[in-house]
Design a protein. Structure first.
Length: 359
């Protein structure tokens, strides 16, 4: 291993730029090269890096370099499967942005390839590293709430942002809103439940956003609101309440976990987890401070920076990733099942996608 963990960034748009800005502050890490076919994105990536970096129009030229230890894949969702086919053929450590792929079949293929490698493959489900989420997960591990019974996540937010080429306006490119945006939440639900999902029921639609937009004669088809119920193998139930035309609220996200002895609540943004026992005592506040070295708190509450601290540690030690390709598969599968449930008006079992849930 070189003295520094040397990164190549494939895709230097919005998320690629965030990774580059964070890496400029990660001890023992340095961005060496970036690849993007769009000149404006390359220029943005160079600016975010904050120091000279090599640039490539073709990511395969980046992969051919001999001065890299790790690669971040931050290209549009629909390109992940093809790009990862080439990336996973190398011996480079990989951090791939969420969602792992736009379809469950592609995600399973990638996970199988990852299993065959010695280098780590890490999926960028950085929601796990938001301070209140980390503290909440730690509190749940202590077990004061008893047996977990229910987890609910409400996200009421602004519409999808503009992306290069407007690729994120169509399901064929994103995998669908419940895959593209909500895989973070389904990953968290699975962590909280401590079991795999078995059945999904959903209702949703596109009622407000993007209906007056036109791209080469096509109107966007991405849904902007949904309610999703997820049942887990151990009996835990999850609920996602998503609305993407509700930016006027106090909090973008609210998270509640209920056990048979009490419940935890928190918000994003926020820096507090509340614990409320069933014995009648007043709810108590538990502090969830941000990591002291986070350079850009506005970037997902500093979670992508913390993610890189953890990733670099695992690259150096050679230990397995904290967020595996199979974690990525499950997060995509729940979103895909929710879309299928909406389309066909029925409950969808995860086994229909060729994966077997375990408690």
């Amino acid at each position: 291993m070189h003295d520094e963990v040397r990164y190549g960034i494939i895709g230097s748009g919005m998320m690629g730029g965030e990774h580059l800005l964070d890496l400029a502050h990660v001890p023992g890490a340095r961005a060496v090269a970036i690849a993007d076919p769009v000149e404006a994105s390359l220029e943005w990536g160079v600016a975010c890096a904050g120091h000279p970096v090599a640039t490539h129009r073709d990511y395969r030229d980046l992969l051919a370099r001999d001065d890299l230890d790790a690669v971040v894949v931050a290209t549009p969702n629909m390109t992940h499967a093809a790009v990862l086919l080439d990336v996973l053929a190398t011996d480079l450590a990989v951090l791939v942005e969420k969602p792992l792929c736009t379809t469950v079949a592609d995600a399973i293929s990638v996970a199988n390839l990852a299993d065959e490698r010695n280098a780590i493959t890490w999926v960028g489900l950085e929601y796990r590293y938001i301070p209140v989420v980390e503290v909440l997960l730690g509190c749940l591990a202590e077990g004061h709430h008893g047996t977990t019974r229910m987890v609910s996540i409400r996200e009421h937010r602004f519409p999808f942002l503009k992306k290069v080429g407007d690729w994120n306006r169509f399901n064929i490119n994103t995998g669908g809103t419940l895959v593209e945006k909500c895989c973070h939440f389904f990953d968290m639900m699975r962590l909280v439940a401590g079991a795999d999902p078995v059945r999904v029921m959903a209702s949703g639609g596109q009622d407000v956003n993007h209906l007056d937009e036109l791209y080469e004669g096509r109107v966007p088809d991405i849904l902007d609101n949904a309610l999703v119920i997820v049942e887990f193998a151990n009996g835990v139930r999850g609920l996602l309440d998503l609305c993407m035309f509700a930016e006027g609220g106090r909090f973008e996200q609210e998270i509640t976990v209920v056990g048979d002895s009490g419940k935890y609540e928190t918000t994003v943004p926020g820096s507090t987890v509340w614990w409320g026992p069933r014995n009648g005592d007043a709810a108590k506040e538990i502090s969830a401070p941000m990591h002291p070295d986070v350079p850009y708190p506005e970037f997902h509450m500093g979670s992508s920076f913390v993610e890189h601290l953890r990733f670099v540690d695992h690259v150096r030690s050679g230990t397995p990733p904290e967020v595996t390709a199979w974690d990525g598969v499950w997060s995509v599968a729940v979103g895909a099942a929710a879309h299928l449930s909406i389309d066909e008006g029925r409950p969808v079992r995860l086994e229909e996608f060729g994966i077997t849930p375990t408690a």
